[in-house]
Every structure is written in structure tokens, then in C-alpha cells.
Design a protein. Structure first.
Length: 230
């Protein structure tokens, strides 16, 4: 008699799906790709999720926090892409950038060096703590219209705009140095942080750089670039 295939947890399914979706993208990933990676039959995977959309939903939930899978009935059903976007929206709203938001409304500054450094650290922590879910969302959002609109147009561009507004405000008040183009400067900050907090981990020639060294050095150099060394 053939042995029965061992039961896998929904967390196992979600973790593997997150890895495959991140590697291949949404369009190129099929149910069979994930079932193969799990060592399950195509049909067996449908006892956990009813569709590829539902598979992405549980992958995103696991990436945000495995506890989000608790209480989900299997097979997980999904009616529309909006449910995936709603999950991503709840995640970003829970995270937020409170230090940047506070700086945008603050009239009096005790020390702009501390304020600027905290904004850099806040972004660094967000990317460092969420790099797996960021990779999944960025990869799949390119191929899902509603997710693209939310992630790239509303959320990502919205953060660049907020950072842009902060720089303009502090440059205008004389607290930060003038720059040739503020929008480019805002992107420079964000992309510098993103590379050291996340993308360097995929570079085999950067393995000697430690997390602490990168965090401290990025804050020091960005602060020096916009305020000088004093």
C-alpha cells in the first residue's frame, strides 16, 4: 500500500509560496510550481488554497507575520485582488513613518541633526525589518494592476513625496543644505538606505559588511551630506 503524503501546515504552504512568488513573479508562478517545491501533488495544494490569488494572499500574510494565518479556514478562498491589496494596506498603515510625519508638522526644532538622523533610522528599520515582504510585494505588484496602483503609485511614491516635502521645508528654513534637485535628493536617501538595509544581502561581495556597521555608517554619511560634519 502506498504511504500517505504527510500533512503540511498552512504556514509551510505560505512560506514556500512566498519564496516562489518572490523568485518568479506572479504571472510566471503556477500552483504546480509551489506544489512541486513542497513535494505535494497539484490537487493536494487545492486542499489548502482555492486559487492562485488565495495562494498569494497566504504568502503575503505569512511574510507580514505568520500569526496572520491563525484562524484562516482551509481551503482559503479569495473573491478578488482587492483582498490582497487590503491586507497590504493594513500592513503599511500599521507600520507607518511617525517620525517623518511628525517632522512635517513640527514648527520648532531642537536639533535638526537628531531629527534627520531619526528619519533615516526609521526608514532603515522599516526596510530591514520588512525586506521579505517588500521583495514579495514589489515583485508581484508589477503584474497586478490594483496592487501596482496601491504599492508603486500610492504608497511608495507617497513616501518619496513626504520625504521630498520634508527636505524642501528644512532647506527653505536654512536647516539643511541646498541641493540641485530635491526630488532626486529624496530618492538618493531612500535608495541608499534600501541598498544597505536590504539589497546588499544579495550581493556576494558585500558579505563582510555587518548590519550594525551599515546602519551607523548610512546615518553618519547621509547626515553629513545634508548638514555637514559639525
Amino acid at each position: 500500500m502506498a504511504g500517505r503524503v504527510a500533512t503540511r501546515s498552512l504556514a509551510d504552504i505560505a512560506e514556500t509560496a512566498a519564496r516562489v512568488f518572490t523568485q518568479r513573479g506572479y504571472r510566471e508562478t503556477g500552483i504546480s510550481d509551489v506544489s512541486k517545491a513542497l513535494g505535494l501533488s497539484h490537487g493536494a495544494l487545492y486542499t489548502y488554497v482555492q486559487s492562485k490569488e488565495a495562494l498569494l494572499y497566504v504568502a503575503l500574510a505569512w511574510s507580514i507575520g505568520p500569526d496572520l494565518l491563525n484562524g484562516l479556514d482551509t481551503p482559503v478562498q479569495l473573491s478578488a485582488e482587492e483582498e490582497i491589496v487590503a491586507l497590504a494596506r493594513r500592513w503599511t498603515e500599521a507600520e507607518g513613518f511617525p517620525r517623518l510625519a511628525a517632522a512635517l508638522t513640527r514648527r520648532r526644532i531642537h536639533t535638526v541633526r537628531e531629527e534627520f538622523g531619526e528619519i533615516v533610522d526609521e526608514l532603515y528599520s522599516f526596510i530591514e525589518d520588512n525586506k521579505d515582504v517588500l521583495a514579495l510585494v514589489a515583485q508581484c505588484a508589477r503584474e497586478l494592476p490594483e496592487m501596482f496602483q496601491f504599492w508603486f503609485v500610492q504608497r511608495r511614491r507617497g513616501h518619496f513625496d513626504a520625504l521630498n516635502s520634508y527636505l524642501r521645508k528644512r532647506i527653505r528654513s536654512g536647516h539643511l543644505r541646498e541641493v540641485p534637485d530635491v526630488a532626486t535628493a529624496a530618492r538618493f536617501i531612500a535608495e541608499t538606505v534600501a541598498w544597505f538595509a536590504w539589497h546588499r544581502l544579495g550581493d556576494p561581495d558585500s558579505a563582510m559588511l555587518t548590519d550594525d556597521q551599515c546602519r551607523v555608517t548610512v546615518r553618519h554619511l547621509l547626515t553629513s551630506a545634508f548638514l555637514g560634519d559639525s
